[in-house]
Design a protein around this ligand. Structure first.
Ligand code: COA
Length: 261
């Protein structure tokens, strides 16, 4: 993994640990951090040594406190559209990654930070996490897919309230709304829980995991027929070595040895 300026990365036992590392600015996502995320996830998809990803924010106070307001304050209509489209593109790459991506949300996940967390496949929050889309306080709206993904995740009723009021949710509210997979007291415990989930997923057939991502994402794509995609993906699975290995191992009463082929 090439060295990045704003994101720390380390691969250990098949897991890529990414830390958004702008702690003095509460890990706000400036343009170059978004570009780094895009480069990293393009590599994740191609790199067989990476089997899962954990994204967190540096320090204890924030996951990501939003897009960088210094950059937002100087937009015009033309580059604002490009700004939103680029963020949407990067978060779409994360959402459609064929390796599981878990956000460990430690503190504020606001604006683009909340949008980043909900573009990940799962979210594990620390007890001090706070979620919100405060863009209405700045005279803008979410631009990195937040209006769409938040509504898909928690439904129109509460999403509309959160988007219109800019109110922050604590972990109890976020969990009740179905925004979170788990809550842990500290960041270390949240990372340990994410590792436990990823290790379990990494013991399964990798091609199946990628196809589950495609099928679940198809639910939310208005131009896709999810049932068709499911049937096609199912058929592609049976062409794989791992399908032969998985079924054979069951019948031979042993653990499968999956190769992602
Ligand atoms: N963009 C750029 N800088 C940001 C930022 C953002 N989204 N969020 C926080 N920062 C910076 C602050 O400007 C401050 O920098 P400084 O020390 O150079 O002045 C530093 O991070 C610490 O933030 P501060 O506001 O002093 O911390 P706080 O504990 O008082 O408040 C928040 C924390 C998260 C409530 C507050 O920072 C905030 O409201 N941030 C903006 C959230 C937002 O609107 N996000 C959506 C953007 S589209």
């Amino acid at each position: 993994m090439a060295e990045q300026k704003n994101i720390l990365s380390e691969t250990k036992d098949g897991i890529l640990y990414l830390t958004i590392n702008r702690e003095p600015k509460l890990n706000a996502l400036n343009f170059s951090t978004l570009e780094e995320l895009k480069n990293i996830f393009n590599e994740v998809n191609d790199n067989k040594a990476i089997r899962g990803v954990i994204i967190t924010g540096a320090g204890e106070k924030a996951f990501v406190a939003g897009a960088d307001i210094n950059e937002i304050s100087e937009l015009n209509e033309l580059n604002a559209r490009k700004f939103a489209e680029f963020g949407q593109e990067v978060f779409e790459i994360i959402e459609s990654c064929h390796k599981p991506v878990i956000a460990v949300v430690n503190g504020y996940a606001l604006g683009g930070g909340c949008e980043l967390a909900i573009a990940c496949h799962m979210r594990i929050a620390t007890a001090n996490a706070k979620f919100g889309q405060p863009e209405v306080n700045l005279g803008i709206i979410p631009g990195y897919g937040g209006t769409q993904r938040l509504t898909h995740l928690i439904g129109r009723t509460k999403a509309t309230e959160i988007l219109m009021t800019g109110d922050m949710l604590d972990v109890d509210e976020a969990r009740t709304l179905g925004l979170l997979n788990h809550v842990e007291a500290t960041k270390d415990l949240a990372i340990a829980r994410a590792e436990e989930i990823l290790k379990k997923i990494m013991s399964k057939a990798p091609l199946s995991i990628g196809m589950i991502v495609d099928c679940v994402n198809a639910v939310y794509a208005s131009d896709e027929n999810g049932y068709q995609i499911e049937a096609n993906s199912f058929a592609r699975c049976v062409k794989s070595e791992d399908y032969r290995e998985g079924t054979k191992a069951f019948l031979e009463k042993r653990k499968p040895n999956f190769k992602g082929e």
